[in-house]
Write a new protein. Structure first.
Length: 315
């Protein structure tokens, strides 16, 4: 990533956490619908039906899928229960339609901001429902100050439900030690570079050294025959991995990002997976997607401009 792209990425990460800006956008009658149109490249829609339909569309094209009801850092117990019930209904609907997919989520969306016990109770309920329908769950990783709690909750649930996986942010310096422990648990490991803004002493910035660490993590998982999701859009990394066709390996990319690359992998018999999202809390998610792969800003702005132009022509 070029220096200017790094600066741009760091700026977006800062913007993502600006609650005043988020509130301004959400309350703007002009800006909110306009930006949401741009966000539709990365988000299926606000309703569950839209998310499931997007999953089915990718399934019909031969892709593996993952789906998330977007949300995190929920501080109201009522809203945590609502989120848990939405995930439970999603799992049940997928199961009833015999749709084999992964359901992903943040623990801070279902209770961790209130207490670990609330998060675990909701996690256990979702894990049981998912196991009943033969659906995999994937716990996402969040800011580094939450990592110990997330891993602790994962280890507790993994001993009961092997259908639950965990995400590791390769950029964090602690992740090497964490990975060596987590390969002893049954759940799938998803490797991401990391999209959160961290203090300099906690992470490795993007560049060749981080890419090498990512490849080393992949090799460790393969050597231990551990189920693995390689979640990256970095073509340079993928070109250096010899195990993409391994039976335990999938390559996961976000909906709307590097569709060309994922299609190429799919055509070469790599297990290619698309990460689909839906929900009204799309602002933070989309800003992180732009930060993770800055060239996304081009398509994001183009979508908005085209929509705006078409609207003016119709008027």
């Amino acid at each position: 990533m070029l220096n200017e792209e790094i600066r741009f990425s760091e700026s977006l990460k800062s913007i993502a956490r600006d609650q005043n800006l988020k509130a301004y956008i959400q309350n703007s009658e002009e800006l909110f619908p306009l930006l949401f149109k741009g966000a539709k490249r990365f988000v299926a829609g606000e309703e569950r039906t839209e998310g499931i339909n997007r999953v089915l569309d990718f399934k019909n094209k031969g892709y593996e899928t993952s789906i998330e009801y977007i949300g995190e850092n929920t501080t109201s117990e009522k809203e945590c229960i609502f989120a848990k019930n939405e995930f439970k209904d999603l799992i049940e609907e997928l199961g009833n339609q015999h749709i084999k997919t992964t359901v992903s989520f943040d623990l801070s969306h279902i209770g961790m901001m209130i207490s670990d016990e609330l998060a675990f109770a909701n996690l256990e309920e979702l894990s049981s429902e998912a196991q009943k329908h033969h659906i995999q769950l994937m716990i996402s990783m969040e800011e580094s100050q939450k990592t110990d709690r997330i891993l602790s909750l994962y280890k507790r649930i993994s001993n009961l439900y092997p259908n639950v996986g965990i995400t590791i942010q390769v950029q964090l310096n602690r992740s090497s030690t964490d990975l060596k422990e987590l390969i002893n648990y049954p759940g799938k490991i998803r490797l991401v570079k990391g999209a959160y803004q961290e203090s300099e002493d906690k992470y490795l910035p993007r560049g060749e050294e981080l890419n090498k660490r990512y490849i080393d993590f992949v090799s460790l998982c393969i050597d231990h025959h551990h189920p693995l999701s390689i979640a990256t859009h970095d073509e340079n990394i993928l070109k250096q991995i010899d195990y993409l066709n391994h039976s335990n390996v999938e390559v996961e990319m976000l909906d709307g990002v590097r569709a060309d690359l994922l299609s190429s992998l799919n055509e070469n018999n790599v297990k290619a997976k698309v990460y689909v999202t839906y929900g009204s809390e799309w602002y933070l998610y989309v800003v992180h997607r732009l930060a993770e792969y800055p060239p996304n800003i081009y398509s994001f702005i183009s979508d908005i401009v085209e929509i705006r132009t078409n609207r003016e022509i119709r008027n």
